[in-house]
Ligand binder design. Sequence first.
Ligand code: SAM
Ligand code: SF4
Length: 453
Amino acid sequence: MRHFIDKDYIHALLAEAQTTSASEIDEILTRASLMKGLSHRDVAKLLQIKDEGQRQTMRNLASQVKDKFYGNRLVLFAPLYISDYCKNNCTYCGYRRDNDFARRTLSIEEIIKEVTILEKLGHKRLALEVGEDADHCSMDHIIETIEAIYSQTGIRRLNVNIAATTKENYERLSNADIGTLILFQETYDQARYYEVHPASLKGDYERQLLAHHRAIEGGLHDVGGGVLLGLSDYRFDITALMIHNEELLERFGMEFHTFSLPRLMPAYNVSLDDYPNLISDEQFIDIVAILRLAAPHVGIILSTRESKEMRDYLIQHGVSQISANSKATVGGYSDEEQVSQFSLSDERSLYQTIYDLIADNQLPSYCTACYRRGRVGKVFHEEVSSGRIAKLCKPNAVLTTLEYVLDYGDEAMQKIALPFLIKQVNAIEDDQIRAVAIQFYTRMLQGERDLYL
Ligand code: SAM
Ligand code: SF4
């Protein structure tokens, strides 16, 4: 079947991009400075950047785009693994079926125990993570989990990262009011895709590639894409990710809500020596900067696979969401000893992550206002393009961080955070919005919660 990823076309584009001249790169960077995004053709060319001066200009521009669209805000979340059963055999994953270990699916009661621990730390946004095995973790169990978390805990947004599924199942997820449906293509290179996903449900390239289409047709508005960097030539994968983004925009009037850019990590019975396409830190920074320039409105997610130093740098150059205090194991927050899906680098607590961000002049955000006010999908795309949403993000970030500081922070946290938050409120440009923010801020100090614009 023909689909929107044409490998010959992308290879031809990448071959042509190798001859990109310095003046062409300059021209693309000048267009990028208008902050209206770039095409996949531009992306293919920027991925060839070699001149150090141009590389620095590109990263500086990405910083400016980040600043214009996201300011110093950074959304925080934690992953929640509920089952490590998997019928797939993804060569890179600790959960693949050939790995022999005692697997588990958490009961609803155990899930609520995990979420309660996360809630006590101050988390408000989670991403549900599951292997693919309907016999041990059915869609019924996933839906029941979502309903239980929303009704029994204070979690306000539950994103879902599960295997590609049917339009009917996406309808069920939509009715259960999930936040973003996250699914990575892993690699867009079809031949490589078959190599790393041998004989399995996930081994169906098109099932994966067209999953976001089915999800949108099933009623989901926010869908997140991504690639697992290290599986294939990253230039191919990032160009293809942009083509995928353009396809969603053309067909449904909405872009990806987020890009995830995990880099391949060591895992149980997975050696990085078997993967010749690993990418360096410098290449990774370029990728984040290029995507920030190409799709200013698409959030970029970074997980705790990356070190604190790398995360700090990338936050300045394009990343808009990070996980914090994560465990990539089933029952991990209750300190259960399960096999991890892969290893993690940044193991700071949520408290320490928030403290460090504020000390670094970054504004953490637990905002869930857009999704709760129906600013999702196409509406989100229009509102964000008009600049209307941007005005509301800062006050909402301040209010959710204030909530965290009052409810979960200690004296040391309050000492650093309260003056910082007041400064942020006073810096809100729009008089009306600033007045409402100050009013909400005061009401929250007096004990009210969950106030947002
Ligand atoms: N099992 C579902 C799937 O594969 O689509 C749900 C997501 S899985 C729990 C989350 C993601 O972890 C995968 O999509 C994959 O990109 C990533 N992952 C797997 N093994 C990894 C590794 N060794 N290093 C980094 N990321 C990995
Ligand atoms: Fe299973 Fe997902 Fe791991 Fe593949 S990446 S083995 S589908 S958990």
